[in-house]
Design a binder for this molecule. Structure first.
Ligand code: HEC
Length: 148
């Protein structure tokens, strides 16, 4: 018998890899524990890579917001429309509604890069994630600009 203590770190790692599913997994209560979880890491999708790019970019400009010296990104955020997702069903018709609302706010932010338009942008990251990918919500909440 393989000791189960060898399997659980691998199983946990496999769950963490799937960032979108993390939150629902934690909320499920009476799920029977699987006897064995196959370790199959997925390469990061182009959409996930772009999400990480946006996250790091927004983190990096946040301290500059009150100075009106905000460096604009070298890639356009509209890649959220075209980049391939880990699972095709992630990009359903409501995904595109959220995506267009997000991109409209992004254009507004580029014209008026201040704390209000920035926080408006983060709230649209949050809105889409509440419906399509709850895993990174805590990470997204940390992006809000506050003066504290
Ligand atoms: C229109 C919907 C939508 C919007 C807007 C959106 N996201 Fe996402 N996000 C997704 C989906 C769907 C995924 C899963 C991508 C995949 O696995 O291919 C994702 C994945 C992520 C991830 C996890 C990437 C990884 O490492 O796997 C992070 C972090 C993230 N988004 C942050 C953000 C931030 C920050 C914003 C705003 C700047 C944002 N998202 C805007 C839908 C959206």
């Amino acid at each position: 018998m393989i000791a189960s203590s060898h399997i659980w770190p691998i199983a946990l790692f496999a769950i963490l890899l799937s960032a979108c599913k993390l939150l629902p997994t934690l909320h499920k209560k009476a799920t029977p524990k699987p006897a064995f979880v196959e370790y199959r890491p997925q390469p990061m999708s182009p959409l996930a890579a772009h999400m990480r790019y946006m996250t790091h970019y927004l983190d990096s400009i946040r301290p500059h917001l009150p100075t009106a010296q905000v460096p604009l990104p070298n890639r356009h955020f509209s890649k959220i429309l075209t980049a391939e997702a880990t699972h095709p069903h992630m990009k359903d018709s409501s995904y595109y509604l959220y995506a267009h609302a997000f991109l409209r706010q992004y254009d507004h932010f580029r014209q008026h890069p201040d704390t209000a338009s920035y926080n408006g942008l983060i709230s649209l990251c949050q809105a889409c994630h509440q419906h399509h990918c709850p895993g990174p919500l805590l990470r997204i909440e940390k992006l809000y600009w506050t003066d504290r």
